[in-house]
Ligand binder design. Structure first.
Ligand code: SF4
Length: 234
């Protein structure tokens, strides 16, 4: 696994990032339940709420330990996953592998239920998404990533013990870098790469999506190795 110290960009101090984005997003690490920032996603949320009033149908809040040293950053809730259950990665295919892997590597304990009806706890770990509302086709627009980014910045900033960020997929990697005030090109793409980003170490993984796991692009062993590496870095 490559360890690259990027020296061509200026590391963003934690206080600088937090101050700049707190002004924009009122310091919130989590969006309000009725966040209006993305008209397309609000319309999708509303349509989902009409069709499935028993679902969560809102910005999925981060889940985990407020004292976490590890943050797992995904892309966006799935319509029938976190948009349905209200907890990141809960109820979709990606969550099965993610939560099983976190349990295996000591970052989770308890029983996982795809409806969230469980006693699952994260240990020294928090999970969040770059975009908090489910996008049609699982594809947020660039403007929606930008609109939601202050919440990601604030989420990162308020984790005072945070050391390592695992990004799931390249869009997540780019959003984490931008959330830290860095250029998306500052970090290495790909699976199993790692680099310093300000005070944090970013570990990239392919997304644990059904497509990636069914095609063998990401195996459980590859995924587990990322979290074993995170463990070693803490
Ligand atoms: S995606 Fe983020 S910024 Fe956009 S409406 Fe949802 S919570 Fe608000």
């Amino acid at each position: 696994m490559n360890v690259i110290t990027m020296t061509s960009w200026r590391p963003m101090q934690r206080s600088e990032a937090g101050r700049a984005l707190r002004l924009e997003a009122d310091g919130r690490p989590e969006p309000p339940r009725d966040c209006p920032r993305c008209p397309r996603l609000v319309a999708y949320r509303t349509a989902n709420a009409t069709a499935n009033p028993g679902w969560f149908n809102g910005p999925a809040p981060s889940f985990g330990d407020d004292n976490a040293r590890l943050l797992v950053a995904g892309l966006a809730p799935g319509r029938t996953g976190a948009n349905r259950t209200g907890r990141p990665f809960t109820g979709d295919h990606a969550g099965q592998l993610l939560y099983a892997t976190l349990a295996k590597t000591g970052f989770a304990r308890g029983r996982y239920d795809p409806n969230g009806d469980d006693d699952l706890e994260l240990i020294d770990c928090m999970i969040s998404n770059a975009v908090r509302c489910a996008p049609p086709g699982n594809r947020p627009e660039i403007s929606e990533e930008a609109a939601c980014r202050p919440f990601l910045t604030n989420r990162i900033t308020t984790l005072s013990r945070l050391k390592v960020i695992v990004t799931l997929g390249d869009i997540s990697r780019r959003n984490v870098l931008k959330a830290l005030g860095l250029k998306a090109s500052a970090g290495l793409p790909g699976h199993g790469t790692e680099f310093e980003a300000g005070p944090y170490i970013v570990l990239n993984s392919y997304h644990c999506s059904r497509l990636n796991t069914n095609t063998g692009r990401l195996t459980p062993a590859m995924f587990e190795a990322v979290f074993e590496r995170a463990r070693a870095l803490l």
